[in-house]
Design a protein around this ligand. Sequence first.
Ligand SMILES: [Zn+2]
Length: 406
Amino acid sequence: MRFVVIAAVSFAAASAFAGTAEAAAPACANPSALGVARTVEIDTTGGPGFGLEHYKAYDFLQPREVVLTFDDGPQKFATEGVLAALAAECTKATFFTIGKMALGYPEIIREVAHAGHTVGTHTWSHKPIAKLKTFEEGRDEIERGISAVKRAVGGPVAPFFRFPTLVDTKAAVEYLGKRNIAMFSTDIDSFDFKLQPPDKLVQSVMDKLEKKGKGILLFHDIHKNTAKAIPLLLTALKDKGYKIVHLTAKAPLETLAEYDALIEKDTKGLPQVGADRPTSSVVKTISGEAPASETAPAEMAPPAAAQQQLTVAPAPTAPVAATPAVPAPSAPAAATEPTPAAAEPVIKASEATPAAPSPSPVATVGEPGTTASITPRAEGADSDKSGATKSYIELAKEFWDAWFGK
Ligand SMILES: [Zn+2]
């Protein structure tokens, strides 16, 4: 039997928002780590686009520079595995997060933010915006996603957005431009939702990278296969002399009050106070075997998997009770995961490139260094019918079911 104790230790947020250059950067315990070669700060004024697959205005990466991006999370096991792999190599990535998922697993998206990664958004429920009947529906998907992720993180997020299935629309591109939100496509799509096992996935990505020489890589932190592949990928990148570029935003994204209010209705019980404390400072094993997450150095500790606690009725100053762990659905074996939605109909994307602000929106803020038609991609379609009256846990469960089946 294991006993847990709820400690009342305060934890100061180390970053102004999830995606600034000033975000937390714990000391690296691995002398041969891949690390971060360069951190860039992006001025998102006017909604610049990045990722040469679709947006060609800003080719900011130098030869052998790589940006790591992860979509569709957070998810139990997968995101946690990815975080542990990134921490072991002291490197940084950008997460394009689904609003529903973030509300379902707020402790995981907070781990992402606290580790110094950049948190962007990827809509509320992953509906392909180009297939929605009206612009208003698309705007709702975008804005609800932003407000939800901000609520789950417990602070502002980066004005970085990726379209579900990488398909934009002219109206949505214009809208994001007015909201000063940068759009991210990709240079190399890993197709990690279908390529297995991990070593095959890594080989495929490295082959593509060798041809292009650099690029923004796209993965999904909802697949266990991906989580298993990332340590291998980071080793391969290091062996081949690639360098990681970390994306940050010049300013945080302001949410819209009407969408914040909408999200608040969904999040009754989700704690605000203490939201920025790591699980290991709240829940400590005092009898029985402590998990690695408690005993490892803080900066290397993967999020606790077995005994994550979600306080559902927080007191004003401290969490009050150990509650049953988040009811995560049992994870299916990677080998049996159904591939989400096979090929989707090809939709010619907007050729429009967002107006280029001048000068370049990308500036290196780390070590000195140097200085954006959509191809639809098979990705999971969401079966949400609208969840204004459902709990955030139910919403996350629905999303999981849509991906992996019940
Ligand atoms: Zn996606």
